[in-house]
Design a protein around this ligand. Sequence first.
Ligand code: FES
Length: 67
Amino acid sequence: MIVCSCNVLSDHDVRSALHPEGGNASSAGEVHRCLGCSRKCGRCMHTIRKIMTDAGCAAGHAPARVS
Ligand code: FES
């Protein structure tokens, strides 16, 4: 599913930006940066935050890494 139509980012792309191996976005705004693009219209931010919450990130912040 395309989440960000401005940058053609899918929900899978967003999830990949949350994983330490693929990126470590700690906020919805960092997701775009981790994926090599930038926020434009901002309509996707709510959906990105929801994906982060569903993935276990609290309030748009990634969970602490376990080292
Ligand atoms: S839909 Fe994501 S910046 Fe416009």
